[in-house]
Design a protein around this ligand. Structure first.
Ligand SMILES: NC(=O)C1=CN([C@@H]2O[C@H](COP(=O)(O)OP(=O)(O)OC[C@H]3O[C@@H](n4cnc5c(N)ncnc54)[C@H](OP(=O)(O)O)[C@@H]3O)[C@@H](O)[C@H]2O)C=CC1
Ligand SMILES: CC(=O)N[C@@H](CCC(=O)OP(=O)(O)O)C(=O)O
Length: 307
């Protein structure tokens, strides 16, 4: 028997990439609303309540409304928006960090944000092992391709070739900082400095560490070994053992669902830079949603993913 999957927001950037990854999967039947009905409340309510799995690829407010429209208790939900990432009753859909079992059993799963995917993957295992202090005020600098902002940011960058770099989130309080703090278990809200570059997709998320000034911080090689151990055997999350001179985001980047972590350390071990490279539309969104769907449906973790 195939499971019925309804993607609410299927015409958007994340929804289209999920549909691409599910195309040809015999375990799932996609329920699709045509263009005239995709925003029609009656049609959506019907699709939301008749599906086995609903994947929400909507703005936050519309995602909350969609959840409220579900009256059928057997419907299981994966929300790609940031509406439920710290909400009670929702499971945080990061299997490599929280474990697969919780996701396999959950009725409500919230996909991590794209930037938090890098930040949490880098810090959560190290803070929980006591190798970095949870009480430190962490800083996160990140650059993203413009598809991270959905259709409106894609249109903006594709109609203004003159933008070379867009720093934003300058008033603080970016919607991702709450989940970054909660799912690493930090005492302080991280200072988050995101930017967008004129590449369609891809992101580099970095956490600089002044190790010498931090209480109870391990040496860079210890941090690298601990990360490698935490993600040992994962086909999705890998830890580089080399130290390249540069990490590039390419405009021509193909869709990929992997997450690559690096630890760069100074020779004297007093400083380190933790760096995550991923595709905002891969492990940062659509790839993660399909991975969670696989786990919830009791299927192999990586089926349909681009590894
Ligand atoms: N893009 C990314 O890299 C990531 C996105 N996300 C999150 O995923 C969600 C979707 O983002 P993304 O795909 O980029 O955004 P898009 O703007 O590309 O797509 C959103 C889609 O939702 C549709 N929509 C809006 N309101 C409604 C409604 N009330 N009923 C039905 N459909 C509606 C839009 O319709 P229309 O086409 O008419 O505008 C659009 O097709 C967001 O919450 C985003 O924050 C999470 C991680 C990464
Ligand atoms: C480049 C860009 O604009 N990125 C988006 C985040 C994309 C993403 O992760 O979406 P969620 O907010 O649903 O997690 C932003 O900073 O708001």
């Amino acid at each position: 028997m195939t499971a019925r999957v309804f993607i609410d927001g299927a015409a958007g950037t994340t929804g289209l990439e999920i549909a691409d990854r599910l195309a040809g999967r015999r375990e799932f039947t996609l329920v699709v609303l045509d263009d005239e009905r995709r925003k029609d409340e009656v049609a959506r309510a019907e699709a939301l309540n008749q599906a086995d799995f609903v994947i929400l690829c909507l703005p936050d407010e519309a995602a909350r409304e969609a959840v409220a429209m579900i009256a059928n208790d057997s419907v299981r939900v994966i929300d790609a928006s940031s509406a439920h990432r710290t909400a009670i009753g929702w499971t945080y859909g990061f299997p490599e960090v929280i474990g697969r079992k919780a996701i396999a059993e959950a009725r409500r799963v919230s996909n991590p944000g794209c930037y938090p995917t890098g930040f949490i993957a880098l810090l959560a295992p190290l803070v929980s092992a006591g190798l970095l202090p949870g009480g430190w005020p962490y800083i996160c600098h990140a650059v993203s391709g413009y598809s991270g902002g959905g259709k409106s940011l894609i249109a903006r960058f594709e109609s203004d070739a003159d933008i070379a770099y867009r720093a934003y989130g300058l008033r603080m309080g970016h919607k991702h900082v709450a989940e970054m703090q909660k799912h690493v278990g930090l005492a302080h809200v991280p200072v988050f400095a995101p930017a967008v570059v004129p590449a369609h997709r891809g992101m580099i998320v970095e956490v600089p560490l002044p190790l010498a000034a931090m209480p109870n911080a391990a040496a860079p090689e210890v941090l690298r070994a601990a990360l490698a151990d935490a993600y040992l055997g994962s086909p999705i999350v890998t830890v580089r053992q080399d130290a390249p001179d540069e990490l590039l985001l390419r405009r021509s980047m193909a869709p990929v669902d992997t997450l690559e972590l690096s630890v760069f350390g100074s020779r004297d071990g007093t400083q380190a830079r933790l760096v995550a490279v991923l595709d905002n539309l891969g492990k940062g969104a659509s790839g993660a949603a399909v991975q969670n769907l696989n786990i919830m449906a009791g299927l192999p973790n990586t089926a349909g993913l681009r590894l």
